[in-house]
Design a protein around this ligand. Sequence first.
Ligand SMILES: Nc1nc2c(ncn2[C@@H]2O[C@H](COP(=O)(O)OP(=O)(O)OP(=O)(O)O)[C@@H](O)[C@H]2O)c(=O)[nH]1
Ligand SMILES: [Mg+2]
Length: 185
Amino acid sequence: MGVMASNPCVAPRQASVVCCGLDNAGKSTILSHLCDDLPSVIHPTPGMALQHFIKYGVQWRVWDCSGTGASRGMWSLFYPHAAGVVFVVDASDRDRISCAKDELEALLLHPDFRKRHFSLLLMLNKMDLGENTMSAVEIETILRLKHLQVSQRNVDLHVQSCSAIKGTGIEEGFRWLADSMSSSG
Ligand SMILES: Nc1nc2c(ncn2[C@@H]2O[C@H](COP(=O)(O)OP(=O)(O)OP(=O)(O)O)[C@@H](O)[C@H]2O)c(=O)[nH]1
Ligand SMILES: [Mg+2]
């Protein structure tokens, strides 16, 4: 992977990814660390913003979706075209973690994902908020990830704690996603 990324003679392979999660989770702030076109001051995404960038030997095409309730129905427009999903959870948002769980479950059970292999990067964001955040173990339990790993063998799952404000965990998460999508063709 590192060799590919550093060799200018090798055209980067392409990867299409849909980025979902509730509004205010930090999706666009995460992507701002990867994509030069995004401003340093991020506003709520209106509808969807398509982002292109080259990182880790991959030419990424990312649909950065709005997470507001009214917009969530649009996420599935991009599912048929996505080899990977980045699902962002606000680890400080206890009030809406069950809503995030419902949205993740709906995505996993959607006909476009239910039967085919895909990579799922689950970003547990805002870990910089210290004791106000839920732990990774707590969130994994609420989201029933152990059950998911047993019941949905078609999903290659990675859980990554991160802070988009500090910029931590983002490179690790996206490197994993690049490798995962590469090994599943
Ligand atoms: N403390 C902290 N705040 C964050 C972090 N990531 C994002 N934020 C803040 O959370 C707010 C929402 O961030 P966005 O990136 O716009 O969230 P989004 O998921 O793209 O939201 P929508 O586009 O509305 O769906 C902003 O005020 C960010 O500065 C983080 O890691 N830590
Ligand atoms: Mg956004």
